[in-house]
Design a protein around this ligand. Sequence first.
Ligand code: SAM
Ligand code: DTB
Ligand code: SF4
Length: 332
Amino acid sequence: MNAELGPNLTSDPLGWALPPWTREEAQAIYDQPFNDLLFRAQTIHRENFDPNRVQLSRLLSIKTGGCPEDCGYCSQSAHHETGLKASKLMEVQRVIAEARKARDAGATRYCMGAAWRSPKERDMEAVVAMVEGVKALGMETCMTLGMLDLEQAARLKQAGLDYYNHNIDTSERYYGEVISTRSFADRLDTLENVRQSGIKVCCGGIVGMGEEPVDRIDMLVTLANLPEPPDSVPINMLIPIAGTPLADASPIEPIEFVRTIALARIMMPKSYIRLSAGRTAMSDEMQALCFFAGANSVFVGDTLLTAGNPGQDEDALLFRRLGIERMELEAE
Ligand code: SAM
Ligand code: DTB
Ligand code: SF4
């Protein structure tokens, strides 16, 4: 048993803790001396992954803006004046052409995002065709379309969808400060529908929204204690967007951000932890620490959905300096 973590902790033969996690256990890890925290995260990382390989995903906004939800961070919400122009659902062939470019530039997973509360029946045919077309390029497919019922999830699974992204975004306590048009419980319902359909779950959140450290810890405890931890966990650092309620949120301190990544790695040893939005505002040294803390996936390319990302040349240089190579797809 790992004495510093308290008497109730279950552990594996190496002494690492196992789920279900309590807030107290997670907090004790988060608060460890930084070197101890990083050593532990890196050790667990090495037990489960090649430490010098990072998975590359590429995003595309297939339907931008005009979203009925009021997420306080988002450029695409119709509730905020962000100056973003709304667009219709993109044509299937254009999506496939963009995915091919991403594949040729080295991405192995293609993530398609739509600014919807949930997909409408009339959109499903096109969305299914996108999944089939991108899958046929030999890429992993991911979609993020808002809430899904079980039937929609089953249709996407049948089309060949590998991952569905649906973030809990923050702690249950802080959720209502950020979003009012849907509840934390709604998010968990969709996650359960996705899981039941057999699609892999991609679920994480955003930090730097003015939350307390305990909210970051609670968010990760919720994720780690899901019936199965998400296969992929995107940790986004808020990109402040002018015109949104969170435009002036005070940024998260970099060491706190690295601690969050390390805690995610320790509590979800087998998940891909994605260093997600916000990399343009991070130094190379901060990103290097995040990779050391166990992050092993990024979004590549010069745009995310509507905001900027470092771009291919900058990432190629960073990866070369760190000796990081891209992760190939595992053979089926
Ligand atoms: N509409 C769908 C939904 O909300 O599930 C999918 C798209 S939504 C843009 C996907 C995720 O991107 C959000 O859950 C949030 O975690 C992240 N995100 C959105 N805007 C962001 C921002 N300004 N900074 C950081 N992350 C952001
Ligand atoms: C996720 O967790 N981050 C991605 C993806 N899932 C869909 C989106 C980041 C969006 C950043 C802000 C923007 O580009 O508008
Ligand atoms: Fe809509 Fe998603 Fe943006 Fe929320 S995060 S406003 S649901 S696009």
